[in-house]
Design a protein around this ligand. Structure first.
Ligand SMILES: [Zn+2]
Length: 251
C-alpha cells in the first residue's frame, strides 16, 4: 500500500469511528427519551414554530426570504411543518411586491429587490399587475424641501401583509423564546406610521436586531413574568413599519 493510500485509509477509519460515536450518542439520547416518556414508539421531534402543533419537517425563513434579493444575507430559520412552510409562499411573494414598490429608491438593495424580483413577478402575474394599477392612486405629496411631488400611493394587500407579519412574529418568537407561542395567546398585527405612545414607554426594554445590511430591523420584548405578553416592532427597508403584540386570550 502506498503512503497516500495509507493516509486515506487512516482518515476513513477515523471518520468511521467518529460516525459510530455519533450514532451511539444518538441511540443513547433516544433511549433516555424513550425512558422518560415511557412510550417506546414515540419519536420525539421538533414542533412547528409557526402553528405550534404539527411536527416540523422543514425549516422556514423568518422574515420570508422572498423579501431579500440575492445574494441573501444571513437569515433566521425555524422548524416548520410542511403545511405552514409551503402554504405561505404566495403571500410572501405578494408581500415582496408591495414592500418593494414602497421601498424602491430608498436603498440600493431595495431597488434591486424591485428591479430583479418584483418586475419578474408582475410580468408573470398579469392579474396582480392590473389589480395594483387599478388600486393605486397618484398623489401630490410635499417632499423634504417643501415642494409638491407626484407619488404613487400603493394600497397593500392587507391579508398578505398581516399574515406575513404574523408568521414572522411567530417564527421570531420561537427563535428568541426557544418555544412556540402558547396556544392560549392572541397575536395582533398593526400598521404603523409612527411608534404608538403605549409602546414608547417600554422602548428601552426592547432588544434590537438587524437582518442583512439594514434591510430589516426589528425590536422585541417578551415579558419574563408571563411570556405570552410580547411586543414586536418592524422596520422593513426603512420604508414600511409594522408592529404586533401578543396577549393571553383571557386578558
Ligand atoms: Zn405548522
Amino acid at each position: 500500500m502506498s503512503r497516500k493510500n495509507t493516509i486515506v485509509e487512516e482518515e476513513r477509519r477515523a471518520l468511521k469511528k467518529r460516525l459510530a460515536k455519533k450514532q451511539s450518542r444518538k441511540k443513547r439520547i433516544r433511549r433516555i427519551v424513550k425512558k422518560e416518556i415511557g412510550k417506546p414508539n414515540v419519536v420525539v421531534s421538533e414542533v412547528c414554530a409557526i402553528c405550534g402543533v404539527k411536527e416540523a419537517t422543514t425549516r422556514d425563513h423568518v422574515p420570508p426570504k422572498a423579501i431579500f434579493p440575492k445574494p441573501r444575507p444571513a437569515m433566521i430559520t425555524v422548524p416548520a411543518c410542511s403545511e405552514c412552510n409551503n402554504g405561505a409562499s404566495d403571500l410572501d411573494d405578494l408581500f415582496k411586491v408591495y414592500l418593494s414598490m414602497q421601498a424602491t429608491g430608498k436603498s440600493e438593495i431595495a431597488t434591486k429587490l424591485f428591479k430583479e424580483r418584483t418586475v419578474r413577478t408582475l410580468q408573470r402575474n398579469k392579474s396582480l399587475l392590473s389589480k395594483i394599477k387599478a388600486e393605486s392612486k397618484a398623489l401630490l405629496v410635499k417632499n423634504n424641501e417643501g415642494k409638491s411631488e407626484k407619488k404613487l400611493a400603493i394600497l397593500w394587500d392587507s391579508k398578505a401583509h398581516d399574515e406575513v407579519v404574523q408568521r414572522t412574529i411567530r417564527g421570531l418568537y420561537y427563535h428568541h423564546a426557544d418555544k412556540p407561542l402558547a396556544y392560549d395567546t392572541e397575536l395582533k398585527v398593526q400598521w404603523l406610521k409612527s411608534i404608538p405612545e403605549e409602546i414608547e414607554s417600554i422602548l428601552e426594554l426592547l432588544t434590537e436586531n438587524v437582518i442583512g445590511d439594514d434591510q430589516v430591523r426589528y425590536k422585541y420584548y417578551i415579558a419574563p413574568e408571563d411570556p405570552r405578553h410580547s411586543v414586536w416592532l418592524f422596520d422593513f427597508y426603512g420604508a414600511h413599519y409594522a408592529s404586533g403584540y401578543t396577549v393571553p386570550i383571557d386578558s
